[in-house]
Ligand binder design. Structure first.
Ligand code: NAD
Length: 485
């Protein structure tokens, strides 16, 4: 069962629009009409939109925490405040401080033949942008793209995931408190709403979710030639360098793996350690987990799995690995209660390629450990697989770091840590190949949701009239001069 095939029979709440295709289309018409009527917002108006969003998100932070806890069963308050609220607010603050600079027209070089004309690049909103978001960070992955969308001066319609219904309700409340109904709307619903939403003729569509559904989205968008930003998933590797401290690597990898119960698109999905070091690495992982989570069951810091279906999916991966001969090591001796969807941090030693755990994105607290003999082997393994969203390399030797950076292609890289590249507001985030297309965050978010328009200002004293027919000798002379013969 692949990650994106898992559905939950959660009650589907439909707010705002009734969620039917026709109503969604009517909402899009309304937003587009408002965009035409009111025109692109000024810098001051955009700053106000962003400030309002920041204010409402901060005012609703306790609701966001409560809702995430209800959706996940348990989710650490600090994880929600850090990964949902803080990351979103930092993104807003960054956009507010840099927007005046981003909106400045950019002079470009004019070809000497066209002098003294001038050229500049202006940015313009696209119009109405659709945002489809997943359940794993239900607030941040809806509002993060919205920051770029608003900074660029667009209007937006958001479709959050049906698997995090409480968080979606809070998102709905944030949107209706912060924005006019012809500016930003939020449409909660299941697969039918999702399908109707992705078929709308938006001016741009941002999708965050699985690679499988990403393909469906792109197909639907192609029907209307809607440009897409696809923020997808996949299997992000971690490599532990031969002389790097196993203890430090284990602490950082297990932290990145167990944050949000492993339900993070950029969680290290599997790790490669030097041959002969597996046993020592397992012991360091055990110690790292014991230090972070002295107990698992009922620990408010340990996030549980979002739904029964996902719990069964991950358990199925582990069972499959066990059946096919892997050594499965649970890093707790506690009896865990399945009804609370608490899953043990689990290592899978020496996994084989035909195991589901090496084929599908894991998205849970399970970590396969492979070995490698040479760095070239580890690089070759990564390059034999779809391009990952993130890559983690634990190494102090700069030449080896450079080699990995040069010889692998991934959405982003963290050297000597995990996850933290995502939180850099001044750097773009996005996948490559099967892990996504396009970027957002910071300036790249602003640019992704803007039309970059080249404007050529002709001068009154232009010589370009010399190129007009009837072509005479002077045109040939000029062409000979430019072309060199
Ligand atoms: P998903 O693809 O199942 O769903 C994502 C969204 O798409 C949801 O809102 C869902 O309602 C909608 N959807 C589902 N089927 C659809 C259809 N047929 N047409 C239109 N929309 C449809 O993903 P998920 O389970 O919510 O999230 C987990 C996946 O998201 C993982 O693969 C993870 O790696 C990825 N992810 C990526 C990022 C990133 O930034 N790259 C961030 C978080 C999660």
């Amino acid at each position: 069962m692949s990650l994106s095939n898992v559905s939950q029979s959660a009650q589907v709440k439909v707010n705002g629009s009734s969620g039917k295709g026709g109503d969604l289309a009517a909402t899009l018409d309304k937003l587009r009409a408002a965009y035409r009527r009111k025109g692109p917002p000024t810098l001051e108006e955009r700053l106000e939109h962003l400030a309002k969003l920041e204010e409402v998100v901060l005012a609703k932070k306790d609701d966001i925490v409560k809702a995430a806890r209800a959706d996940f069963g348990n989710r650490a308050r600090q994880e929600t405040l850090g990964a949902e609220v803080m990351v979103t607010v930092q993104e807003i603050k960054h956009a507010r401080s840099r927007l005046p600079e981003w909106m400045e027209p950019e002079p470009r070089e004019v070809g000497w033949m066209f002098m003294p004309a001038r050229v500049e690049l202006t940015t313009q909103p696209l119009g109405v942008v659709g945002i489809i978001s997943p359940w794993n960070y239900p607030t941040q992955l809806a509002l993060g793209p919205l920051v770029g969308v608003l900074a660029a001066g667009n209007r937006a319609m958001i479709k959050p995931s049906e698997l995090a219904p409480e968080s979606s309700d809070v998102l709905q409340a944030i949107v209706s408190k912060a924005f006019e109904p012809d500016h930003v709307t939020c449409h909660v619903g299941g697969a039918d709403v999702a399908a109707a939403f992705s078929a709308l003729p938006f001016d741009h569509l941002v999708f965050t979710g699985s690679t499988r559904v990403g393909k469906i989205i792109m197909r639907a968008a192609a029907e209307n030639l809607v440009p897409v930003t696809l923020e997808l998933g996949g299997k992000s590797p971690a490599i532990v360098g031969p002389s790097y401290s196993l203890k430090t690597a284990a602490q950082k990898i297990m932290h990145g793996k167990l944050f949000n119960g492993g339900q993070t698109c950029i969680a290290p999905d599997y790790v490669m350690v030097p041959k002969g070091k597996v046993d020592a690495f397992v012991e360091e992982c055990r110690a790292a987990v014991a230090a972070m989570y002295p107990k698992i069951q009922g620990n408010p810091d340990y996030t549980t799995i979002i739904s029964d279906a996902h719990f069964e999916r991950i358990k199925g991966y582990v069972a499959d690995a066990r059946t096919k001969g892997a050594n499965v090591v649970e890093l707790t001796k506690e009896e865990l209660m399945a009804e609370t969807r608490t899953m043990a941090p689990t290592l899978i030693l020496h996994p084989k390629e035909d195991m589901t755990v090496m084929q599908e994105e894991i998205f849970g607290p399970v970590l396969p450990i492979r070995t490698y003999e040479t760095l070239d082997d580890a690089i070759a393994y990564i390059n034999d697989h779809p391009r990952p969203l993130a890559l983690y390399y634990f190494e102090d030797d700069q030449a080896r770091i450079d080699k990995v950076l040069r010889e692998t292609t991934s959405g982003g890289v963290c050297v000597n840590d995990t996850l933290l590249h995502f939180a850099q507001t001044d750097a773009p985030f996005g996948g490559v190949g099967a892990s996504g297309m396009g970027h957002y965050h910071g300036r790249e978010g602003f640019e992704a949701f803007s039309k970059k328009k080249t404007v050529f200002y002709q001068s009154r004293f232009s010589g370009t009239f010399l190129f007009r027919p009837p072509f005479k000798e002077r045109v040939d002379t000029l062409l000979r001069f430019v072309l060199g013969k």
